[in-house]
Design a protein around this ligand. Structure first.
Ligand code: FES
Ligand SMILES: [Fe+2]
Length: 380
């Protein structure tokens, strides 16, 4: 799992007047709204006696109050009130928790988990939200697999034939040529004209016979998101659907999937039921494959998988992960397990840890050393 990434932590509609707990990167966080209604995110472990801050209450002064002894923390993570002490200056210096940058837009609450926000790929807009040409349907689901597995399956054109198709007519499984486009450390794209399935039922009216189906795919690092747009009516048609699939790692073996479907045709709610049924079937099929892959957690840098010419999008995704690992942003899972034996919670380092090095009650989550450091150590 990786730090210094903007993740989708929650949907806006789910964060109301009470704080809520969200688990990401193997740690618990509390989301709450301050007195201006702005979303905030702190580490969830109270530095007094470890209580669950998300079990507390939002107060009028814009703080979240711990449910155990009422210590209040503002959105910067500072403890601003200890009710059992008379004077604010009695507050102990270590009474602070990690606070993380938050951005709320298009109905999503993004949280930056890391200490170098200026180096990260920023969250992006979702222009289809609120666009009346589309009908939006949302879907959430936890899968028992690593986030890498959930990302990989969307970057894999060949799986569609076997996982979502009839498995027959194998000659149809070979996707037309496509390349990785606009690759950078922030993401990449690809597109192809898919071979259409034979037109059946309503599709006889909607798609011209024999027309290829243009499909555009983008991987975006923020939110580990895949955006797919398919011009379902065939070449030359404007009829399309779009989906966004955000993968938020819960821990090494679980991922929270948030999908936003935008249907740009048959937008009346009357058609929702059939559309949802089709989408849910595809998600179920992907989930079964991903949850049964061995090993559950993909190791960045693994080299035993046999790669083919059609695995280059998955390869591009892994290149981005390699770059992040080389920057020192990957969590060191083995070291974290060793430290967890001391029963001390580990925190995803927040930006404040880079300027204030003292007073943190809990240690940082260990990360794999940046590549340059590893090399210089090897040279010693
Ligand atoms: S444990 Fe949170 S105030 Fe005591
Ligand atoms: Fe799929």
């Amino acid at each position: 799992m990786f730090t210094n990434v903007w993740y989708v932590a929650e949907r806006s509609v789910n964060l109301g007047a009470d704080p809520i707990k969200v688990r990401m990167l193997g740690c618990d966080f509390v989301l709450f709204r301050d007195k201006n209604g702005k979303a905030a995110c702190l580490s969830n472990v109270c530095p007094h006696r470890g209580a669950n801050l998300a079990g507390g209450k939002c107060r009028d002064d814009g703080t979240v109050a711990c449910p155990y002894h009422g210590w209040r923390f503002d959105r910067s993570g500072t403890c601003v009130r200890i009710p059992a002490q008379m004077e604010p200056h009695d507050i102990a210096e270590p009474a602070k928790v990690d606070a993380y940058p938050v951005l709320e837009q298009n109905g999503l609450i993004w949280v930056f988990l890391g200490d170098e926000p200026e180096l990260a790929s920023p969250p992006f807009e979702i222009p289809e939200v609120g666009d009346t040409r589309y009908r939006q349907i949302d879907f959430n689901e936890t899968w028992n697999c690593s986030f890498e597995r959930a990302v990989e399956i969307d970057l894999d054109y060949v799986h569609s034939h076997f996982v979502h198709g009839a498995f027959g007519e194998e000659h149809r499984a070979r996707p037309l040529d496509h390349v990785v486009e606009n690759y950078s450390e922030h993401g990449f794209g690809s597109h192809l004209i898919a071979k259409p399935q034979p037109n059946r039922g309503l599709w006889r009216l909607l798609r011209k016979k024999g027309k290829g189906v243009p499909s555009y795919l983008n991987f975006k690092l923020p939110g580990f998101c895949r955006r797919v747009q398919v011009f379902i009516g065939g070449e030359g048609s404007k009829m399309n659907f779009v989906f966004y699939h955000f993968a938020t790692p819960i821990d090494d073996e679980h991922v929270f999937n948030r999908l936003l479907f935008f249907r740009g045709f048959m937008t009346h709610r009357f058609f929702d039921k059939t559309n949802i049924k089709r989408n849910e079937r595809a998600i179920r099929e992907d989930r079964k494959i991903c949850e049964e892959i061995y090993p559950k957690a993909a190791a960045v840098g693994r080299n035993w998988e046999v790669q083919t010419e059609h695995d280059h999008l998955v390869g591009a995704f892994h290149s981005i992960l390699h770059t992040m690992r080389d920057k020192g942003w990957q969590i060191d899972a083995r070291a974290a397990q060793d430290l967890a034996r001391d029963n001390k919670p580990l925190m995803i380092p927040s930006p404040a840890r880079r300027t204030i090095s003292t007073g943190w009650v809990f240690p940082e989550m260990p990360r794999i050393a940046p590549r340059a450091v590893v090399q210089s150590r090897a040279a010693e």
